[in-house]
Design a protein around this ligand. Structure first.
Ligand code: GAL
Length: 368
């Protein structure tokens, strides 16, 4: 994927209006009716429930923002695919049949959904790819800077390994789902950091990001490498980090090697507090979801200047060039910045994290 402009987490419309005209739109953007008022319907398709972010943060933040932008007249029709690509196809079909005004799509299978994107386009419904770059004629894309996520994970792993990082140190990579284009970017970003500094002894692409598959793969890796020779594990998200850590413990590893993660899931943050997991990547889901809501409403209401100011980057997908995009920035989350990130942003309260089991560890890092 080619990224033309590196981006900022721009959520506000502070971009000078005079400059906006120069940006233009993408040649492929469908023209929404400028007469549509606040009584609009946004179709929201999210990929899974195993990862807590979608139901817990993305969906409610997007719904609230749509309500705020439309004086409570706009509706959100939400469907979660539960990691099933075929279910998502029918959910999208239903939204096309229901004639929603715009679809915000986080694809289970970014390639497989292209036909539905084309159908929506044919029916005059703009599609905004959310978080994962769906193929087909999408109108816009919003995501985090996924290359940066992988880089941050790779760099953090090396940092945690410290003087243990050497060309003979064996690292295991537990990458995300092969149908998720983000997973490829995370992996590439991490490999670029790790190459030449450690040996990537085993690498797995884990179907549907399933923690139990990651756990089974990790057990295989430990058997082949030897339980005392795993020097570090790149786990692409927190769910899989949980599986990896369980496999290490099952194998009788007492001093756990550093393990990475992503998503700042509550269980992940708790493992970071207790020292079982080294880091996660904190992505501000409310920022992504609220900006997607703004993009969707602006698109439907024909507010082109606002839409352009929200999508100042350009990316290419395998099928479509110059997609107007927004890339939101990310932060490495470790024991040292829990307060400044997930707590400051209201994602969790200290009391959510510091349950009885973690209270001593919380106290040690000044969290209460
Ligand atoms: C990715 C997404 C991550 C996470 C992952 C599944 O596409 O960017 O935030 O949700 O899927 O855990």
């Amino acid at each position: 994927m080619r990224r033309i402009a590196m981006a900022v987490a721009a959520s506000t419309l502070t971009f000078p209006l005079a400059a906006c005209g120069a940006l233009g739109g993408s040649g492929s953007s469908s023209k929404a009716s400028p007469t549509k008022g606040n009584d609009l319907t946004v179709g929201l398709l999210l990929p899974e429930t195993a990862n807590t972010r979608y139901d817990r943060f993305d969906a409610p933040a997007l719904k609230n923002k749509v309500a705020e932008l439309t004086r409570k007249q706009g509706k959100v029709e939400y469907a979660n695919a539960g990691a099933s690509a075929s279910r998502q196809m029918s959910q999208m079909q239903k939204m096309i049949d229901d004639k929603v005004d715009v679809i915000v799509l986080d694809a289970v299978d970014a390639h497989g959904i292209a036909g539905q994107v084309k159908k929506a386009k044919g029916a005059g419904i703009p599609v905004i790819a959310y978080d994962r770059l769906a193929e087909g004629p999408i109108d816009a894309y919003i995501s985090f800077d996924n290359d940066l996520v992988g880089e941050v994970q790779g760099r953090s792993l090396l940092e945690a390994m410290g003087s243990q990082a050497s060309s003979s140190a064996k690292v295991v990579m537990m990458n995300g789902s092969p149908t998720d284009p983000n997973a490829k970017q995370f992996k590439a970003g991490a490999v670029a950091q790790l190459n030449g500094k450690v040996t990537i002894a085993k690498s797995y692409d884990v179907k549907d990001w399933k923690a139990e598959i990651a756990q089974a793969d990790m057990a295989k890796a430990i058997e082949s490498i030897g339980k005392s020779d795993v020097a570090g594990v790149y786990a692409a998200n927190d769910g899989m980090a949980g599986g990896v850590i369980a496999a290490l413990k099952d194998a009788g590893v007492t001093k756990l090697p550093p393990v990475t993660g992503q998503d700042a899931e509550l269980a992940g943050v708790q493992r970071i507090v207790s020292g079982e997991q080294y880091m996660s990547v904190y992505k501000s889901y409310p920022t992504e979801a609220e900006n997607a809501a703004e993009m969707a409403v602006a698109k439907v209401q024909g507010k082109d200047i606002q839409f352009d100011s929200l999508t100042r980057d350009r990316v290419d997908s395998p099928t479509t060039r110059n997609i107007p995009s927004q890339m939101v920035s990310v932060v490495a989350l470790t024991r040292s910045n829990i307060k400044e990130t997930v707590i400051a942003d209201g994602i969790y309260k200290a009391s959510d994290i510091c349950t009885a089991k973690y209270s001593a560890d919380c106290a040690a890092i000044g969290l209460k």
